[in-house]
Ligand binder design. Structure first.
Ligand SMILES: Nc1nc2c(ncn2[C@@H]2O[C@@H]3COP(=O)(O)O[C@H]4[C@@H](O)[C@H](n5cnc6c(=O)[nH]c(N)nc65)O[C@@H]4COP(=O)(O)O[C@H]3[C@H]2O)c(=O)[nH]1
Length: 846
């Protein structure tokens, strides 16, 4: 039905039209609908009358479009243009304009303009264009191959497809997708995919595809229809070259397989623990605990611990370490499936949260090692005990050793002391003296000092020894040693050389005065009476002194020279000291020369005997004669015995000489007897050496027999000290001589230390008072007393007594007053040759 629209209906359409509608007449806007106002931002009453040009971007644009529109409208054409229009607020919006004249024949009646907003369309178009551009860019830049197929023919593909399959740009378009497959079979089989993707899903598969050059590669292919409802639109396929990824996968798989192999076959137990569960473990780990890996997987770690406390303790330590350092090493006891325990060492490495968290544990059964360690520990402890015991033993041994070393050192010290000290006095001996003297000399050399060497020899010590015995002698030596030590400084050295010889070394002496002072002190000290074993003894000493450096620069020379000086002191009357002088050496050499001459004299028999009468003072008659030897030296003349007897005694020549004298005296007795002179005994001096001869008695007997002299005519004078030396032997000797009938006299009586007890036992006939007592008899009370006591002693022992050295009448008178009957001395006669004595005999009286 064709019905005309009513005005209200037309107005409703006009108002609700989705496009703007405006009537333009004479270049001005007339009526417009609501859409027009909304589109261009005018209120409903603002549009009417507005010039049309306000709608355009510029005056020129308006004029250009008006011309263009008039022409089209006059020609009866519709005017349709897209142009920007200016809104009321000045903003331009893009619109489409349709213009049509109300009356084509009368365009001045106005034109209807329809304005369509192209802004939204433009925006959508722009968006589509952008999307397309993005898609194109993505399509071009995609690293996967993308193609659109229709009827299995390539409609479109991206550059990556050409690159992947080795085709030049554009060559693939239009080709059947068969070119991508390695065989017809594959191509056919791939056709089944369409049925699958028809359901709307995406199909994805991996397969070998073929490049243009025939080579193949592994690809992942996924495809779907563009629109499953419109299969004709085609399907989109994405092809990805998986060769590298496949290789990587294969490598990964290989690596994983290797790791799995390592994991499974590792010599160590490995387990991955997470959430306190053993998630996975290898065979070794499971085997250690007596499980299979499957049995252990998922079990709580706690289950393999002996108890909860052990687990908590270990887990707390491990957790702490893993948290702080990412690693943990610990040893613990764990329980096997069968309940037995063993020691496990676990080394844990934390796994990052990205990798799943927890920790990988590498575990090792260290039971054997622990046992070995424990055994080692025990062995170590035992060893320590043994070491401690051994140390204690060693310490004990060490103490013993120390003690032995100490004892040995003491013994060595004793040995050294013994070797370097005199056993009797404890003083340094000759060996130590050498040492000390050497040191003193070295010191003096450095300091420029003097050193004094004092050589001491006790006077008549031999007599003490001989008369009072060795014990007394030894005790006296000790007293002397003590006094010597007391007389010098500590730094000085007192030494005993042996016998009664001592040496004192005074180090660092300022001058000779110091040496003199010490020597005087020694002489004085020793001169003090000494109470020795019940005997009041008085000793004196002779000291020889040599000084370093003037008397010698070495110990030997100094000792020799001090010794020489000592002999000089002796010769000068004893009890004094003498400094060495080079002249003394002359004396010594004289002694040597004397010895030579004496030997020669003995050989040549250059001796003569003189005889000194002994007088019976009451009768003034010769009652005896003493034979005294003289040396008739062809060079020096008559030499007195005092000069050569000590040399003869010292050299042993006295034995030969003494025998000569004995024989000569006996011959003279015989001669006088034969000449008819009165028979008086002849006294012969017997030196100590002669007296000690073991065959003395036989010799005397032989000479008596040889000369035919009766033993009673011979009187042997023996010194007091000879008798007291080895008393028992002396007694036997004297007894044998007495038995033979020989008379015996004790010479020099009073100078020695005769023991009355012994004296009584000797069968002697006479005592001879030494002339030293007789000399001062009249002046010295002591000597007078000694002489008196000797005479008294002789009387009480029924012995004759002879006083020697009577030179003066007062001496004779004093002796006579004391009751001494026999005297000998220059007062009566000096010793004279035998012929002269015969003259005395002839005179009858003296
Ligand atoms: N100043 C002085 N002297 C007097 C006096 N009367 C006697 N004399 C000396 O006194 C000495 C006595 O001898 P002697 O005591 O046995 O002392 C002897 C004796 O011990 C020893 N002697 C002498 N001849 C021998 C000998 O043939 N054999 C041994 N073994 N010794 C002898 O030599 C010593 C000295 O002999 P001589 O020189 O002959 O000295 C002698 C004699 O000449 C006197 O009044 N005044």
């Amino acid at each position: 039905m064709n019905r005309m629209l009513a005005v209200p209906e037309l107005l409703a359409i006009f108002d609700h039209a989705p496009v703007g509608i405006v009537l333009v007449r004479d270049g001005h806007l007339q009526h417009c609908n609501r859409r027009f106002c909304d589109l261009l931002g005018y209120a409903a009453d603002e549009v009417f009358g507005q010039p049309a040009r306000v709608l355009y971007a510029s005056e020129e644009e308006y004029l250009r479009l008006r011309r263009w529109a008039r022409r089209a409208l006059l020609a009866g054409d519709a005017f349709d243009v897209e142009v920007p229009l200016r809104r009321c607020d000045g903003r331009l919006i893009y619109c489409r304009l349709y213009a049509a004249a109300i009356h084509r024949e009368a365009p001045r009646e106005g034109t209807i303009w329809i304005v369509e907003d192209l802004e939204e369309q433009t925006r959508i178009k722009d968006e589509l264009w952008d999307t397309q551009r993005d898609l194109e860019a993505t399509f071009a830049a995609a690293q996967v191959g993308i193609m659109l197929l229709r009827d299995r023919r390539i409609v479109r593909n991206n550059p990556r497809m050409e690159e992947m399959f080795g085709y030049p740009a554009g060559e693939m378009v239009g080709c059947s997708s068969r070119i991508l497959y390695i065989s017809d079979g594959e191509f056919e089989a791939a056709g089944n995919i369409y049925a699958i993707i028809a359901a709307g899903g995406t199909h994805r598969r991996e397969q070998w595809l073929r490049r243009k050059d025939g080579s193949t590669f592994w690809a992942q292919v996924s495809g779907r229809f563009v629109d499953m409802h419109q299969p004709d639109l085609g399907s989109v396929w994405i092809v990805e070259d998986m060769t590298e990824r496949k290789r990587q996968d294969e490598r990964l798989q290989a690596a994983l397989a290797e790791q799995r192999m390592i994991f499974d076959n590792a010599a160590f137990g490995i387990t991955y623990v997470s959430g306190e569960q053993m998630q996975r473990c290898n065979h070794r780990f499971a085997g250690m605990l007596g499980y299979t890996p499957e049995e252990l997987a998922g079990r709580l770690v706690q289950e393999i611990f002996p108890d909860d406390a052990a687990y908590r303790d270990y887990a707390a330590g491990a957790e702490n370490e893993l948290r702080r350092h990412g690693a943990f090493v610990g040893e613990t006891q764990v329980r096997r499936k069968d309940g037995s325990l063993f020691w496990m060492r676990g080394t844990a490495q934390r796994v990052s949260w990205e990798q799943g968290g927890g920790a990988i544990w590498i575990c090792e059964d260290i039971t054997e090692r622990r046992q070995a360690q424990e055994a080692l520990l025990r062995a170590h402890e035992e060893l320590e005990v043994r070491v401690a015991e051994r140390t204690a033993e060693l310490e004990t041994a060490n103490v013993q050793l120390q003690s032995e070393i100490f004892e040995r050192m003491q013994a060595e010290e004793r040995v050294w002391h013994i070797a370097h000290h005199d056993a009797l006095t404890g003083l340094p001996n000759r060996s130590l003296l050498q040492d000390r003297l050497g040191q003193a000399l070295a010191g003096a050399e450095r300091a420029g000092n003097l050193v004094a060497v004092l050589f001491l020899d006790l006077d008549r010590f031999k007599a003490v020894n001989d008369t009072l015995g060795h014990d007394v002698g030894d005790a006296l030596l000790k007293v002397v040693a003590a006094r010597l030590a007391g007389a010098v400084r500590d730094v000085d050295t007192v030494c005993r050389l042996g016998g009664d010889e001592f040496v004192v070394v005074l180090g660092a002496v300022g001058g000779t005065d110091d040496a003199v002072m010490v020597a005087e002190r020694i002489v004085d000290e020793l001169a003090q009476p000494a109470e020795v074993m019940g005997h009041a003894l008085r000793v004196s000493t002779s000291i020889g002194i040599s000084l370093f450096p003037e008397d010698g620069r070495d110990a030997q020379t100094l000792m020799k020279n001090a010794d020489t000086a000592m002999y000089t002191a002796k010769n000068r009357g004893r009890n004094n000291f003498q400094f060495f002088s080079p002249a003394m050496n002359d004396l010594a050499s004289r002694f040597f020369r004397l010895e030579q001459r004496l030997r020669r004299a003995v050989e040549r028999n250059e001796f003569v005997l003189h005889f000194q009468p002994q007088v019976d003072v009451a009768q003034r008659r010769v009652c005896g004669v003493e034979a005294l030897v003289r040396w008739q030296d062809p060079e020096a003349g008559l030499v007195p015995p005092a000069e050569f007897i000590p040399v003869a005694e010292e050299t042993g020549l006295i034995l030969e000489l003494g025998e000569w004298v004995l024989r000569g005296a006996c011959r003279q007795i015989r001669a006088w007897h034969d000449a008819g002179w009165p028979q008086v005994p002849v006294a012969v001096n017997l030196s100590p050496r002669q007296f000690q001869q073991s065959d003395l008695v036989e010799r005397v007997r032989a000479i008596l027999a040889e000369t035919g002299v009766p033993p009673a005519m011979l009187e042997l004078e023996i010194t007091e000290s000879s008798l007291m030396h080895s008393v028992e032997e002396a007694l036997a000797q004297v007894q044998a001589l007495a038995d033979m009938g020989v008379r015996l006299a004790i010479d020099d009586f009073g100078t020695g230390y005769s023991s009355l007890a012994y004296l009584k036992r000797f069968p002697v006939s006479r005592l001879k008072i030494d002339r030293s007592f007789v000399r001062d008899l009249c002046d010295d009370r002591d000597d007078a007393a000694i002489v008196a006591s000797i005479i008294g002693l002789a009387r009480s022992l029924a012995l004759e007594v002879v006083a020697e050295g009577v030179e003066t009448a007062p001496q004779l008178a004093a002796l006579r007053d004391e009751g001494c009957r026999h005297c000998q001395g220059y007062l009566f006669s000096k010793p004279r040759p035998a012929e002269e004595v015969a003259a005395i005999f002839a005179a009858g009286a003296v």
